[in-house]
Write a protein that binds this ligand. Structure first.
Ligand code: 572
Ligand code: ZN
Length: 353
């Protein structure tokens, strides 16, 4: 392969303006590795930053920002102090590097660190480029039989494993997943791998339910009513039980309400989805049922677990990848992801020439 001297990079200049341009090839600092990037999946957040320039009030694009955070690459140089990785190693990149010294970092909940630098979340730059440097201890060496595309999928799968761990999914759990986008599908796969015996998934789009079916969900259910109580009853009828765990991945108000009505008394409702800032929930119903409503933010200590799921064959996430584009066609890739054209679920960009 020819040596690459330029560093083609996908830069979001400002809302609506995504361009490819050459940027300097970064050199690894101490305890960092330089990566020749291979695969970068497009996340809904990348599309949000491109179209809206923000996610809610918390994350606002104020300066040009490089996109991409679901990624994998090959180590092309190592910085001072790196002992566990070598040039040529194939790695998955965990995109959020926390401060390591705050209370949350010290107690293992580093996803709650206020000073985390997260790829492609303002003001952090992402990895959608030919060369990128990252903290070596947030890179996970892939076994030979795990592909770099699967390495990139560890990111959304980690969101799913984290949601399942927050919810307490275990052997015999009866799980409802609300929303069959990439995060809902990954949560479903993680729940199965953790031993859930019955899993239902609900969505308004039949093509996403078809994918869920292909991935082994027990009860794919189309949301065909605006009445959340009626939808919850539909879930109970299909499952033959009330789910003791619900993982809400859509963010839609009606879906959160369905989650409250559907979850068994004493059960857990974990909320990952991002929708409107204010959502009305039937709180008396939730209280009377002693539901535990739990938040869920990215992941912490989940990459290794996600990798085990893939490496042992307990999870096959590859079917989620519906489209591939070279880095040069980044705009087409983003447009496909935005519109969902051709049944797009996970669009993967290939960064090497
Ligand atoms: O892959 C992790 C990830 N996190 C995202 C978005 C996309 N991908 N987040 C942005 C939205 N937040 S949030 O607004 N929220 C709790 C809905 O804080 C979560 C992280
Ligand atoms: Zn993401």
């Amino acid at each position: 392969m020819a040596t690459q001297v330029s560093n083609l990079t996908a830069v979001l200049k400002k809302k609506g303006e995504l361009v490819l341009e050459d940027t300097p090839i970064p050199q690894p600092g101490s305890n960092e590795v330089q990566l020749r990037m291979h695969a970068v999946g497009i996340c809904g957040s990348d599309v949000h930053y491109w179209i809206d320039g923000r996610i809610g009030d918390m994350f606002v694009v104020k300066e040009p920002m490089i996109l991409g955070h679901e990624s994998s690459g090959i180590v092309s140089a190592v910085g001072e102090g790196v002992t566990k990785l070598s040039v040529g190693d194939r790695v998955a990149i965990e995109p959020g590097v926390p401060c390591r010294i705050c209370e949350f970092c010290k107690t293992g909940r580093y996803n709650l660190c206020a000073d985390v630098v997260f790829c492609a979340t303002p003001p952090g730059n992402g990895s959608l480029r030919r060369y990128y440097c990252h903290a070596a201890d947030f890179c996970y060496k892939l076994p030979d039989h795990v592909s770099l595309e699967e390495g990139a999928l560890l990111e959304p799968l980690s969101v799913g494993t984290h949601a399942c761990r927050r919810a307490g999914v275990t052997l015999g759990s009866c799980v409802l997943v609300c929303g069959a986008g990439p995060i809902g599908l990954m949560s479903m796969l993680a729940a199965r791998a953790l031993g859930a015996s019955k899993i239902a998934i609900i969505d308004i789009a039949q093509n996403r339910l078809d994918m869920a079916k292909q991935l082994g969900v027990d009860y794919p259910l189309l949301v065909n009513t605006k009445d959340s109580l009626e939808m919850a009853k539909k879930v109970h009828t299909a499952m033959g039980c009330e789910p003791n765990i619900t993982i809400e991945c859509s963010g839609a108000e009606q879906s959160v309400q369905t989650g409250v009505y559907a979850t068994k008394p004493g059960g857990v409702l974990t909320v990952i989805g991002h929708g409107p800032k204010m959502v009305s929930v039937p709180i008396v119903e939730a209280t009377a049922r002693e539901l535990d409503i739990r938040g869920c933010f990215r992941y912490a200590n989940d990459y290794q677990l996600a990798l085990e799921m893939i490496a042992t064959g307990k999870v096959d996430a590859k079917p989620l990848i519906t489209h591939h584009f070279p880095l040069e066609k980044t705009l087409d890739a983003f447009e496909t992801s935005r519109t969902g054209a051709g049944g797009a679920i996970k669009v993967m960009i290939h960064c090497d020439q």
